[in-house]
Design a protein around this ligand. Structure first.
Ligand SMILES: [Zn+2]
Length: 497
């Protein structure tokens, strides 16, 4: 899905220190240590995302919503992590909010911003292999910075979230990289008349006369980019999915009747995908139909975000809308349950989601996969030139709204999967797909992992095949279709994924 690219300019150290009595001690500590600097986990496409030295096991997020979606939310983020080495300071990714205080293991800690990192200095260094709890009291600003959208999306009646790929840390302090998945508990307090829903299952609801606090918990680890919080004048609709899976949808209350025919399709779509690739990987699913102009849909875990207009604008054909629903649903396996280890592996998300989107259109709407792939083949060299080969996408450019989400990782990557099916045959390809989501469930995986599983299942060396299809500057010949040629790109329906 297209996102505004991130342009990270490290700001001069801003010594924002707590106003509490403890701050004097923190100033000394900060002065004694090295100047804070933004760090990353070495992602080729987003060098400052994520942070080394610790592994987050759980986030506990609390947001207080005032009823005005242009006002910063008061928030508390608590992070449970385990250090992987001795840390004199801990970097979290965070920007676009103010920080009131930070505690590490219950004691006030000094903090400063460096680029888009919040650098925290505990009173004493954290030893390696130790559990630690970091609590940050902060604000979360839902008004986008000029030229940079996300993670909050302002809707007609409240807020939703769209953090992919690199903007969760505009909402809450975190280790903002899919290689560090964690459990989430999310609390939202909102005034009378609003309903809040987040990833996972509801845990409890506490009402006072003026406000309600909802608590949701994930039952599986989740990447920060997949967090979802919906606050609106919404209705939550419940229906059974396959084998008793609870399906719940979140829609604007006034549009409930008009949207119902679309919502009713989800259980059958889940059953269709389970038949192809195995059991749905999470505790619940549903769609969030938001009154917002995002220009994309997003596979937020257990609750995919859609623009409501996709379902009400007659310009989109029915088969297309359904296949986009299946696209986001299939991401729950490909991208959410199995997350990319780095953003260069994102073709494994989008290539597979596009694959099942196309397969659904073939089986349910008589739109042959082969015709779509032939058209993709014709455009593929152009996509590679513009966006890089599928497994080595070009970095986002400043001012480029689509970030890394270019055709090379959508139909360009689905084309590589089609070539693989041509190369190893349909039965082996289908075994590979099932094994992939089973073997890496709740984890992260790389392109090399996919290559080695395919090699094992096919029972032969595929290194030259993958090198050419995933990393080549030009599109290789299509196995079984020597007549396919490069052609000028064809116009397709308006793309919204
Ligand atoms: Zn997608």
């Amino acid at each position: 899905m297209p996102r505004t690219p991130r342009h990270r300019v490290p700001r001069r150290l801003k010594a924002t220190l707590l106003a509490s009595a403890a701050s004097a001690a923190c100033v000394c500590l900060l002065a004694a240590s090295a100047p804070p600097a933004p760090l990353g986990v070495g992602d080729r496409l987003f060098p400052y995302l994520g942070n080394p030295g610790y592994d987050v096991s759980a986030y506990d997020l609390s947001f207080a919503y005032s009823g005005d979606n242009a006002k910063p939310l008061q928030a508390v983020t608590t992070i449970d992590a385990r250090t992987t080495r001795t840390l004199e300071s801990v970097n979290l990714d965070f920007t676009h909010g103010t920080v009131e205080s930070v505690e590490v293991d219950g004691a006030p800690a000094a903090f400063a911003f460096a680029g888009e990192d919040l650098v925290i200095t505990p009173r004493t260094p954290l030893p390696e292999h130790r559990r630690t709890r970091i609590t940050v009291r902060h604000t979360s600003n839902p008004v986008p910075e000029k030229g940079r959208d996300g993670g909050w999306v302002q809707t007609a009646d409240g807020l939703a979230m769209a953090n992919q790929a690199d903007v969760a840390h505009l909402v809450f302090p975190c280790n903002d990289h899919p290689s560090d998945k964690a459990m989430f508990t999310i609390h939202v307090t909102a005034p009378e008349g609003y309903t809040a829903v987040a990833n996972g299952l509801p845990a409890r609801t506490a009402r006072t006369r003026e406000a309600t606090t909802w608590t949701y918990r994930t039952q599986h680890p989740m990447a920060t980019e997949l967090a979802q919080v919906s606050i609106g004048r919404s209705t939550v609709l419940h229906r059974p999915g396959p084998h008793g899976l609870p399906v719940r949808d979140v829609v604007p209350a006034k549009d409930r009747a008009a949207l119902e025919p679309w919502l009713a399709k989800t259980p059958d779509q889940i059953a269709w995908l389970e038949d192809k690739i195995g059991r749905y990987p999470f505790e619940t699913y549903g769609v969030l139909m938001a009154s917002a102009k995002t220009g994309f849909e997003l596979e937020t875990q257990t609750l995919s975000l859609f623009e409501k207009d996709l379902f009400t604008d007659a310009a989109y054909p029915k088969w297309y809308v359904e296949s986009v629903m299946v696209h986001e649903l299939s991401h729950q396996w490909f991208g959410d349950s199995v997350s990319p280890r780095t953003w260069s592996d994102v073709w494994l998300n989008e290539g597979h989601a596009t694959w099942y989107e196309a397969l659904y259109a073939e089986e349910k709407a008589n739109r042959p996969m082969e015709a779509r792939m032939k058209a993709a083949y014709g455009a593929s060299d152009g996509w590679r030139a513009a966006g890089g080969p599928p497994a080595r996408p070009k970095a986002p450019k400043a001012g480029e709204k689509i970030s890394i989400f270019r055709p090379n990782i959508y139909d360009g990557a689905a084309l590589a999967l089609y070539a693989l099916r041509q190369e190893i045959g349909k039965p082996a390809f289908e075994r590979l797909e099932r094994a992939w989501v089973a073997d890496h469930r709740d984890g992260t995986a790389t392109t090399a992992d996919f290559e080695s599983l395919a090699t094992r299942i096919a029972g032969r060396d595929l290194s030259a095949f993958f090198q050419a299809w995933l990393y080549g500057e030009k599109t290789p010949p299509m196995p079984g279709h020597p007549d396919w040629k490069q052609a000028p790109p064809q116009k397709s329906v308006k793309s919204k994924k």
